[in-house]
Write a protein of this length. Structure first.
Length: 367
């Protein structure tokens, strides 16, 4: 039986191959692997990204968040998996081509508590389990993050139970000078101090349990026309436009999104989009205005294609359409949309609400 320590040792034997396999958007710069962030996001043009891992010393850090000290490749796999050890072991097994029978048992929770904050001492706190449902009381955000919090959102199952929260940090990276937006999970956890053995329950930066719900899943059950966007702030802006009951989004019942971005699509419970009556739900996906990456695709559009495949597994599946704001923008201006533009951003000149209307009315049907 392959143990977890065996997996850690084998991953560390070839760190470059393991990281390149895990984060194809990253690259090696001498002996250092660099990527946009620890979740594998592509770095900005002419930038190395905030995640850096020294493949000789087997240490790394996501400089954007400041408290994600990583020791060994397995720590990176856990961070990439949003703290879910079971998912991290699955990824490691796939990379090492281990059979299922040789999969070691994971401890429920995540390894974030074992990392170093900056260059400080190792924290003795570990997560024993993520407790659900979480309390209905307001969550406590870690003190070190409070100065940079720009939003916090609850994630509820279709039954109404809270699985946890997410919040976003916005700050200027001291290392690169870049303006950063970092999403983080916050869940109710059973914790333990390794040194003293003391156990307690508290809010902690552990990943949301899987499957993860769509935002406002209870309301989705009753909605018939839904706008699906990327990210909590974009959903917030789209929902405000819908609530006005006038303008280009007035025909929608609500907007929703999923947690964790493009890399987390497979971990989402899409079942609230199943049609509940003889009239199918209509879902329109609106991707961010992403640049074409090194693999010659736009991440947002690829995400919508992946979502379409998952929705096709529902019974009955909804009608699913995909908007292409970059395509319709070409009829408005010769200047491309700003990279990453979404519905939370002001419409660039000379665009107007009429452009959003055109984008909605010229969507392409996927399902």
């Amino acid at each position: 039986m392959t143990t977890l320590e065996d997996i850690k040792d084998r991953l560390n034997q070839d760190p470059t191959s393991a990281l390149t396999w895990l984060m194809p958007n990253g690259r090696m710069i001498r002996h250092q692997f660099c990527c946009g962030d620890v979740f594998g996001k592509a770095p900005s043009p002419k930038k190395d990204g905030s995640f850096k891992f020294n493949c000789k010393k087997l240490v790394g850090k996501d400089y954007a968040s400041g408290d994600r000290g990583l020791r060994g490749i397995y720590d990176v796999f856990v961070a990439y998996s949003d703290g879910n050890q079971t998912e991290a072991i699955k990824l490691a097994r796939d990379f090492l081509k281990l059979p299922v029978s040789e999969r070691p048992q994971a401890v429920q929770g995540h390894e974030h508590g074992r990392r170093r904050r900056g260059d400080g001492p190792e924290t003795p706190i570990e997560v024993i389990e993520v407790i659900t449902p979480a309390p209905e009381t307001s969550p406590t955000i870690p003190e070190r993050h409070r100065h940079a919090v720009k939003g916090i959102w609850p994630w509820r199952k279709a039954s109404g139970e809270i699985l946890g929260y997410s919040y976003r940090l916005e700050f200027k990276d001291k290392e690169t000078g870049e303006f950063k937006k970092i999403p983080l999970p916050l869940t109710w956890c059973k914790l333990r101090n390794r040194k003293t053995g003391l156990q307690w329950e508290a809010w902690h930066n552990a990943g949301l349990p899987q499957p993860q719900p769509l935002f406002d899943a209870p309301t989705l059950l009753q909605a018939s026309r839904i706008l699906l966007v990327e990210g909590e702030t974009t959903r917030e802006a789209a929902q405000a436009m819908i609530a006005r009951q006038t303008g280009p989004l007035a025909g929608f019942d609500m907007a929703t999104t999923w947690y964790g971005g493009v890399e987390r699509i497979a971990h989402v419970d899409w079942s609230p989009l199943t049609s509940q009556s003889n009239t199918p739900k209509v879902v329109i996906g609106w991707p961010d205005a992403d640049d074409v990456n090194s693999k010659l695709y736009r991440p947002g559009m690829l995400a919508m294609e992946k979502i379409g495949k998952l929705l096709s597994q529902l019974s009955p599946w909804p009608e699913f359409y995909v908007a292409d704001p970059q395509r319709t923008w070409r009829s408005v201006s010769e200047t491309p949309l700003p990279k990453g533009w979404d519905l939370a951003d002001p419409i660039p000149a000379p665009g107007t609400d009429a452009w959003i209307t055109e984008t909605i009315t010229t969507v392409e049907r996927y399902l």
